[in-house]
Design a protein around this ligand. Structure first.
Ligand code: R5P
Length: 292
């Protein structure tokens, strides 16, 4: 007996994988992982062979996950799998898309080529695309499907007494902010960001009024939280009544969340691309529709 198609889950993302399997009405089977004392990973795939494997694993804290993906894909193919789809709502290494200093690895291109060797199709959500505008250009050898969680943000935007003002903290965010603003007929503004280090960020607001406005910050990724914290501080200084934040991916490195709250952000909402108590938008239905 073999599975024609099933979702394969990994331990740290099992709830999201089960939600996806339920939305697709497919079985969900577990990939077992064991870490040897020396740090190497042992991967065990289900004993039931599967023709089309849908691997559901978001690639945050990615380094070990990439090795485990390689071990999983090779093992599945050895056991007769003919098609592998990777559902990675958070796609790692997308921000290093250029040689910023001589000798820098262009990680986006290199990791993209690696993923193309492991799987046949990649489904992801709001990948960080800046200088390269489409995922199929970042990873040309792979069939890619790019979804956006911003289509799920609507209910949060209606929780204000008056229509909020959307604020993107940097030029990269404009692609998401503009789309949401147009879909919900809201005002928006885009700030300018200057990052001089991992946790050192300056944000300058455009010249328009923020007085007594409920500001909703929109970004794709919250990592150290410094970008949104700096934008929030500027908005409060400019007279905003409240500041909230919506982001697709909440990586929340170290003190990120506390730092954002101290900067005056009342609520932070994210999608379940990375499990966190700020998760407000479940991606399963969106992804299932793309797979169907
Ligand atoms: C960069 O352009 C991204 O869109 C985010 O603004 C950035 O990655 C957020 O990083 P952090 O939270 O560390 O400021």
């Amino acid at each position: 007996m073999n599975d024609h198609c099933c979702v394969l889950s990994f331990p740290e993302y099992v709830d999201a994988a089960q939600r996806l399997a339920a939305a697709l009405r497919l079985p969900c089977r577990a990939i077992d992982l064991h870490r040897f004392p020396d740090g190497e990973s042992c991967v065990r795939v289900p004993s039931t062979p599967v023709e089309h494997a849908i691997l559901c694993r978001s690639l945050f804290s990615p380094n070990d996950k990439l090795i485990e993906l390689m071990l999983t894909s090779a093992t599945l193919r050895d056991r007769g799998t003919v098609r592998i789809t990777l559902v990675a709502p958070y796609l790692c290494y997308m921000r290093q898309d250029a040689e910023f200093y001589p000798g820098d690895a262009i990680s986006q291109k290199i990791i993209g080529a690696f993923l193309a060797q492991q799987v046949d199709t990649l489904i992801t959500v709001d990948p960080h695309l800046h200088r390269v505008h489409a995922l199929e250009h970042a990873i040309p050898a792979l069939r890619t499907v790019t979804l956006s969680a911003t289509t799920l943000f609507g209910p949060c935007l209606r929780e204000h007494a008056e229509p909020p003002l959307l604020l993107g903290p940097d030029r990269e965010s404009e692609q998401w902010v503009r789309t949401i603003a147009q879909a919900h007929d809201l005002d928006f503004a885009i700030a300018q960001k200057d990052r001089s280090g991992d946790t050192s960020v300056r944000v300058e607001l455009p010249s328009r009024s923020f007085k007594n406005r409920d500001v909703v910050l929109i970004d794709d990724v919250i990592s150290t939280g410094r970008t949104l914290a700096a934008a929030a501080q500027q908005a409060m200084r400019a007279g905003a009544r409240s500041v909230r934040a919506l982001a697709t991916h909440g990586v929340f490195v170290e003190d990120a969340e506390a730092f954002m709250r101290n900067a005056g952000i009342q609520d932070v909402w994210t999608s379940d691309s990375i499990p966190h108590h700020s998760n407000r938008f479940a991606l399963a239905e969106l992804i299932a529709a793309a797979i169907d």
